[in-house]
Ligand binder design. Structure first.
Ligand SMILES: Nc1ncnc2c1ncn2[C@@H]1O[C@H](COP(=O)(O)OP(=O)(O)OP(=O)(O)O)[C@@H](O)[C@H]1O
Length: 355
């Protein structure tokens, strides 16, 4: 099967400094991928290499089956048929919104141009703004226009660099979901860059976690959360803590929270010391439980509180507790662990993610 985008083992250097190291990924036609990672890990550099603004020092970028980059060969940006939305939107101030959107449609018949502009204006709810000029628009409206303009020529890939960075935090997730719908309806294959995982979850079919120029894992949000392939990814994606454990057999690990069982064989020998990932939704508040933990912190999340709890050993775990259960800081509450799948890593701790 030909993928809309295939990246084979690419490396990119900026001014002689290696920044992106041997990254590979594939994206299906019409899918949305997200590069997620802390500041400086190389997300933008990888995006710019796909767009053709940066050359690769090794590997290949293949768009729609065509090799557009390999060492010593660079198809120019304007011949790649990629659309790009920059963080500052970069609208043309002297053109109205209609002409901004139609800007890349040179060579289209006037009627087709008009049809495409109308179609996008409707999809992105900017129909009333077509005669206005960019300076009159809010940040959110300018963003919609920038996305419409980049989508207009039906690019083979749409590249979005931190598209929601300048929007209100409360709005971002909702807008990410809405833009996802727009892209899906128009069938545009997209890669976006983000350092916000809620945005990535709301938007993407495939998410890649990057760290120091490497792609640690490329998979669905569900798999990143439930099947992280490294302690770094487990820690970076979602919330949770690692608790020390001792392997009893391939299906069970002994921890301070009792013996935890898993549904898939663990690749560890009996007696081996391991770290077990405990997510807040694995720890259930239960007044009838014999195990207790002390409430250290409470963070209100609407329908639930996120409790930070301290175990007898001093180890900390997190728990989501319905917000109608009010327990004071310092009090002990009953807890029960409910997990059918364990995520376990060797003890040697990795450096925690820089956030
Ligand atoms: N011209 C350059 N020469 C050498 N190194 C550079 C150059 N430009 C950027 N870098 C470095 O490359 C690394 C990756 O930068 P990049 O912008 O790709 O990261 P990013 O993950 O997109 O970060 P952010 O989320 O902060 O935008 C950074 O450490 C940066 O300092």
């Amino acid at each position: 099967m030909t993928h809309a985008l295939q990246i084979n083992n690419i490396s990119v250097a900026l001014e002689g400094t290696p920044i992106v190291h041997a990254i590979s990924l594939k994206l299906k036609e019409g899918d949305i991928g997200c590069l997620l990672g802390p500041s400086g890990c190389g997300k933008t550099t990888l995006l710019r290499a796909i767009a053709g603004f940066e050359a690769v020092t090794g590997g290949e970028v293949i768009i729609g089956g065509e090799v557009v980059s390999r060492a010593g060969h660079q198809l120019p940006v304007e011949r790649r048929q990629v659309g790009m939305v920059f963080q500052d939107y970069a609208l043309f101030p002297h053109l109205n919104i209609r002409d901004n959107i139609a800007f890349g449609l040179n060579g289209w018949k006037a009627a087709d141009k008009q049809k495409r502009v109308q179609e996008l204006a409707q999809l992105l709810h900017i129909g009333e703004l077509l005669d206005a000029y960019p300076h009159r628009l809010s940040g959110g409206q300018q963003q919609r226009v920038a996305i419409a303009r980049a989508m207009a020529p039906r690019p083979r890939i749409l590249l979005l660099d931190e598209p929601f960075a300048s929007l209100d935090v409360e709005l971002r997730e909702e807008i990410a979901r809405e833009i996802r719908e727009v892209l899906k309806q128009d069938g545009i294959t997209t890669i976006l860059v983000s350092h916000n995982q809620l945005e990535a979850f709301a938007m993407a079919d495939e998410i890649g976690v990057m760290r120091a120029g490497q792609l640690l894992q490329w998979s669905s949000a569900f798999d990143l959360y439930h099947e992280p392939q490294s302690a770094y990814v487990a820690d970076f994606v979602g919330e949770g803590v690692f608790l020390p454990g001792t392997v009893i057999d391939t299906l069970s690990v002994s921890t301070e929270l009792g013996v935890l069982h898993t549904d898939e064989d663990l690749p560890y020998a009996s007696g081996e010391l391991v770290s077990v990932l405990i997510r807040p939704d694995d720890v259930i508040h239960d007044d009838d439980s014999h195990s207790t933990a002390k409430v250290l912190e409470k963070a209100f999340r609407g329908s639930v509180f996120l409790y930070t709890l301290e175990l007898d050993s001093g180890a900390r775990i997190l728990s989501l507790v319905p917000s109608h259960h009010a327990h004071a800081k310092g009090s002990a509450i009953g807890i029960r662990v409910e997990m059918d799948h364990l995520v376990v890593f060797p003890v040697e701790a990795e450096t925690p993610p820089e956030r």
